[in-house]
Design a protein around this ligand. Structure first.
Ligand SMILES: NC(=O)c1ccc[n+]([C@@H]2O[C@H](COP(=O)([O-])OP(=O)(O)OC[C@H]3O[C@@H](n4cnc5c(N)ncnc54)[C@H](O)[C@@H]3O)[C@@H](O)[C@H]2O)c1
Length: 424
């Protein structure tokens, strides 16, 4: 068999937050798609036309794709070889050794080795450490004697879309393609021309660097105001006022706002550079700053309220960022673990995640402190602040590193916030 005898246009291996919207979008553009995932619950959900997670517009898209019957599903990775193009969207976590964990990718490669045919392309959409795409090409050459770039095509086409914006950004964000050898880039560009986004061709390692440094830039961008927030507490200064002084009418860039900076990508992608960095430790320090925000908040609460044993603390938000249901690698969980180690009675409310939480009023009732861990739109609504005053009381300590209501206080009592906002 050769690639002209394949029966589908594209396979997507790993129907997670990256793979599923991509598979659906290819199908929606008229391509015949094979979706592969080894999680039977995930496949059942897709088969039944139910999105397993929230992505704006994806439920309607899934229903449309199910009606048009352009997506077939399988649990078996070798079935991906039914298509001319195979896109890998598997997880790439990092080991605690500060090193990429490519076991899922290697396992998929091993499953595909025996079934790949000339003319097919293998595309890494997962985020990977520099050199991984060349490793994949080398693996195919070593074990199957393929000549990547000539008889099979290998490329890195990184995903840089933000959660919740997939359907918009798949057609607008430049699509970076780093192809191995002479012809891989061109073959893979043909697949991604299904979307309206401009295609930018480069080398595999430049594509890999561009993706991880997109995230390193964001991770560092937020570490700076987080460090400043901690410094301001030490100097009894107001971080929001200092940020305003830095940014106001200043034409050369600006500093971001503080918050709990995490998520499955930012927390690990820096390690893909750090594993062989020319300046080892720099990005690790960025990570340590962001990772210490929960401890900073906990210590700030204890400084104001004393010991937390048997005192109720309400945590608003479990998701790693605003308006998503994704809790993976969220610092809210870390904060809760730390509060529990202080023997506090922790009550959690998040209206968006799948983990069961208590209703807002129940979380707030009698709380000595309320921490806004995620700046969901529901929490930014002034009615949440009113609910805090009513249910937790005017002497409740409100911890809001996001400045949800414009009071510009990381730590303030509910009565102080009301007075500050009344003066504005
Ligand atoms: N989530 C994001 O917003 C985002 C953004 C950009 C890049 N990325 C990168 O994209 C990649 C995928 O991320 P994700 O968030 O979609 O991960 P995910 O965990 O949501 O999805 C991975 C999927 O692969 C499946 N899977 C695991 N092993 C398998 C196997 N052997 N065979 C078949 N299926 C298997 C899992 O069941 C899961 O559904 C990662 O490299 C990540 O760093 C993610």
């Amino acid at each position: 068999m050769n690639a002209s005898q394949t029966i589908a246009d594209v396979s997507v291996v790993g129907l997670g937050r990256v793979g599923l919207p991509l598979a659906l979008s290819f199908a929606d553009r008229g391509l015949n798609v094979v979706g592969i995932d080894n999680d039977p619950a995930r496949l059942r959900s897709v088969r039944e036309g139910r999105m397993p997670f929230v992505e704006t517009g994806a439920q309607e898209l899934l229903e449309r794709v199910c009606r048009d019957e352009r997506l077939s599903l399988s649990e078996r990775v070798p079935d991906a070889a039914r298509a001319r193009h195979i896109v890998i969207t598997l997880g790439t976590p990092s080991f605690s050794h500060i090193e990429i964990d490519i076991r899922e990718i290697r396992s998929a490669l091993d499953d595909l080795l025996g079934v790949l045919v000339a003319g097919q392309s293998l595309i890494l959409r997962s985020t990977v450490a520099p050199g991984t795409t060349d490793f994949v090409a080398g693996y195919l050459a070593k074990h199957r004697r393929f000549r990547p770039g000539e008889d099979v095509f290998v490329a890195h086409a990184p995903e840089r879309i933000a959660a919740g914006r997939f359907l918009e950004e798949i057609d607008t964000l430049p699509c970076i393609i780093g192809g191995v050898g002479e012809r891989s880039g061109e073959a893979v560009a043909e697949l991604f021309s299904a979307f309206a986004a401009p295609i930018v061709q480069t080398s595999p390692v430049q594509a890999e660097l561009a993706k991880i440094w997109t995230n390193i830039l964001r991770y560092t961008h937020f570490a700076l105001p987080n460090l400043l927030m901690m410094d301001c507490e030490r100097y009894s200064a107001n971080v929001f006022e200092v940020i305003d002084l830095i940014n106001r009418d200043y034409p050369r860039g600006g500093i971001a706002q503080p918050g709990l900076t995490a998520g499955t990508c930012l927390r690990k992608d820096f390690a893909f550079s750090e594993e062989r960095s020319a300046a080892p430790g720099m990005l690790l320090a960025v990570s340590r700053v962001n990772e210490s925000v929960p401890l900073f908040l906990l210590e700030g609460i204890k400084r104001r309220l004393g010991a937390l044993a048997d005192r109720k603390v309400a945590v608003l938000g479990l998701a790693f960022k605003a308006d998503t249901d994704d809790e993976r690698d969220s610092l809210a969980h870390k904060l809760i673990r730390m509060l529990e180690r202080e023997l506090a009675d922790v009550a959690v409310h998040d209206p968006r995640v799948s983990t069961p939480t208590v209703p807002l009023e129940e979380a707030l009732d009698g709380a000595a402190a309320v921490v806004v861990a995620t700046n969901h739109s529901e929490f930014r609504d002034p009615r949440t602040l009113e609910a805090i005053a009513q249910r937790a009381g005017r002497e409740c300590l409100v911890v809001d590193p996001w400045n949800c209501w414009g009071a510009a206080q990381v730590f303030a009592y509910s009565s102080e916030i009301a007075a500050l906002l009344a003066r504005r």
